[in-house]
Design a protein around this ligand. Structure first.
Ligand code: ZN
Ligand code: ZN
Length: 330
């Protein structure tokens, strides 16, 4: 159990939750991903997916110490936190880290989300102990036998420590943190809420180089992004990627697997399945994230993928998805 390195998806939707008959396959909860590295539990973002995750954690010893990393503080990445059960547990210790600013400014955002006008229970009234810190891109997070700490470099970090590096993307309103979590030689990169550039986001490609798993924003069909999808405005500049942009980063960075993440709330299961098919033609090892998806990165269990990837074909445009149906909330 404590040798496992697993990534589980609890919320995969962007912008707002989307319950309903058209979204049961991939799920309607907003962003939240659990990473278990040995006995350490890291949670990426607190969209509504963190609510069922919290209930599951509360039944285990893992609720005792949790590292919660915010990519940024937009509503779809924070709205589940007031309902996160471990936050109410007196014995639980939460390390809540997020993008730059000051510790105070980050705490203020979370407090405002639970002000008396908007929520009955304030942040301070939640019984867990909370270590809230705003980080800088140059810093690293280390979790080893001595606990969780923020360091200025990875020098001297033990081989068995969980090491988390930060990349700041400016391709989203207000900026966003991309995290790379490495443990025992395996790594996962979480790159949500970021928009691709013409010719690929080269800084991100460098940051994600050779990762075993890349979780990348793929909110839009290419024709939607370009304004060629009937009934939908163009979305260039909104801070989210197309499926092609996500595949370009995955291919250029030579990652092992790509998970398409932050699905558009107007897309039904059929649309997302089509989007996944398109992705597979661009980058073979692609999967559309769904609630309940679990990826095992445990060393010696997941196949050594580096250097043995399928030939891949990159296209400049995608024609798929015209004939798909949209969810009734679209
Ligand atoms: Zn978002
Ligand atoms: Zn956002």
């Amino acid at each position: 159990m404590s040798d496992e390195f697993k990534v589980r998806f609890w919320g995969v939707r962007g912008s707002y939750p989307t319950p309903g008959a058209g979204t049961v396959k991939y799920g309607g909860n907003t962003a939240s991903v659990e990473v278990c590295a040995g006995k350490h539990t890291i949670v990426l973002d607190a969209g509504t997916g963190i609510i069922p995750l919290g209930r599951a954690l509360a039944r285990t010893k893992r609720a005792g110490e949790i590292l919660l990393l915010f990519s940024h503080l937009h509503h779809d990445h924070t709205q589940g936190f007031p309902f996160f059960v471990p936050a109410y547990m007196p014995g639980a210790r939460l390390h809540i880290y997020g993008p730059d600013g000051t510790h105070e400014s980050m705490k203020n955002v979370l407090e405002r989300n639970q002000s008396s006008e908007t929520f009955p229970i304030g942040l301070r009234e939640m019984a867990s102990s909370k270590d809230i810190q705003a980080l800088r891109e140059s810093q690293v997070i280390v979790w080893d036998e001595d606990g969780v700490r923020v360091a200025e470099s990875a020098l001297g970090v033990s081989e068995d420590a969980v090491l988390i590096r930060i990349h700041k993307s400016y391709a989203h309103p207000g900026g966003v943190f991309v995290y790379r979590i490495t443990w025992r030689g395996k790594s996962v990169v979480y790159a949500t809420d970021t928009e691709g550039y013409v010719g690929t986001d080269k800084r991100l490609v460098k940051f994600a180089k050779d990762a075993d798993l890349l979780i990348h924003d793929a909110q839009y069909l290419d024709e939607h992004y370009r304004g060629q999808l009937e009934g939908f405005p163009a979305t260039q500049g909104f801070g989210h990627s197309t499926v092609t942009m996500a595949c370009e980063v995955a291919a250029s960075a030579r990652v092992g697997q790509l998970v398409l993440f932050h699905h558009d709330p107007s897309y039904s299961d059929d649309v997302i399945a089509g989007l996944e098919n398109t992705a597979k033609t661009l980058f073979a090892e692609s999967t559309s994230a769904y609630e309940g998806l679990e990826i095992d990165l445990t060393p010696d269990v997941s196949p050594a993928r580096r250097g043995e990837k399928m030939p891949m074909r990159l296209q400049s445009s995608v024609t798929h998805g015209r004939d798909v149906q949209y969810a009734q909330n679209g």
